[in-house]
Design a protein around this ligand. Sequence first.
Ligand code: F6R
Length: 243
Amino acid sequence: MNMITCNTSEEAAQVAAQLVIDRVNAKPDAILGLPTGGTPLGMYAALAKAVREKRVDLSAVTTFNLDEYCGLPVSHPESYLTFMTRNFYAPCGLAAAQTHIPDGEAADPDAEALAYDNAIRAIGGIDLQVLGIGHNGHIGFNEPGTPPDARTHSVLLTEQTRRANARFFASLDEVPTRAITMGIATILEARELLLLANGADKADILAAALRGPVTPDNPASFLQGHPRLTVIADRAAGARIVS
Ligand code: F6R
């Protein structure tokens, strides 16, 4: 594992963006796995700036997002498709054909999950998967208790996750109860992983994930077994990790 601790979340975002830029410059048609949430916003802004300044060309990449809410119209401002369009696809000039995200409005979420997983396999797998970490250790929406062999599937969100995400909605009631997520096995098959974490509220769970036992109680702990994992944390999130 390569652990990079930065002084600030802004610096962490720059370092994360540079890692993505380096990988895409080395392989312009890279397959990128991407997260939503608050953590990657700085990285997305830094990537958009790099595109504008022609330090990277994203026109040949293909992206697969980790997850999408079920039962939220895709036009909703907090659907992950809208989030990605606003924060990454549009600012970086990505065409719709380059981007993939599970269809949260699919009539059969399990069939949609299977088709999504098959699409990732069909393209040859993900080169670089970027991840955030939930306060309960979730990666994607793989909540505690998810087995490591889980592939892309539909899930019931925990109360803790819904409460954490309520900040993006008018009320907790509006937060969807289900989602489709890449599974832990799907995530671990990526050839490289980049885990991002910011803020003191992530310090305990990040330390437990990286230094504690590998257990479904903390899904991010399964990342310990990946041969090519980089963790980029700001000082507050990295504070509890003893080397
Ligand atoms: C979102 C995702 C989640 C988030 C996690 C952290 O696509 O996969 O696992 O990475 O909930 O969210 P933030 O960054 O908002 O703290």
